[in-house]
Unconditional design. Structure first.
Length: 158
């Protein structure tokens, strides 16, 4: 998905609104004079942008203290609440894509890179060690929230 700076979008909307022959109100008046109508003026068309949330969990595997099952339910409930609310993100639909990493760094990294190639917008997880995944996520400027990690990667600057 291409993200445009707000200044470009504002400029584009100003140009289109002042371009000759593109005035929506004038076009609607012409249609009414000709006895016709256009469906877009009678029904509001709302197009929702779909953002996919990547979820890397450890449901199976040898990882101790796996919390994937409990977190999975909470994450699904949160996404449903956001999608059902007209006030939180009114023009956005959040979709969930998940993968059982089994607590394995190689499986988690493979799943993450595949999801990145498919356009995932953000990540929750992985559960367990996440140093490699954090670097991959950072390199593509994609937010990652590891809900269970015992790895400290905070650096002090100075």
């Amino acid at each position: 998905m291409t993200q445009w700076p707000i200044s470009v979008l504002l400029l584009l909307s100003v140009v289109l609104s002042h371009a000759p022959g593109i005035s929506g109100k004038r076009h609607h008046q012409q249609l009414q004079q000709q006895g016709g109508s256009h469906p877009y003026y009678h029904q509001a068309v709302t197009r929702k942008t779909t953002l996919t949330v990547g979820y890397l969990t450890a449901i199976k595997g040898d990882l101790k203290d796996r919390q994937g099952l409990a977190i999975s339910g909470a994450l699904k409930m949160a996404l449903d609440e956001v999608n059902d609310s007209p006030d939180i993100l009114p023009n956005v639909h959040l979709a969930l894509r998940w993968n059982d990493t089994r607590g394995d760094t190689v499986l988690a990294t493979r799943a993450m890179t595949e999801m990145i190639c498919d356009g995932v917008s953000t990540f929750f997880g992985p559960e367990g060690p996440c140093h490699v995944e954090a670097i991959v996520s950072q390199s593509r400027n994609i937010p990652m929230i590891s809900y269970v990690s015992n790895f400290n990667i905070i650096k002090k600057s100075g």
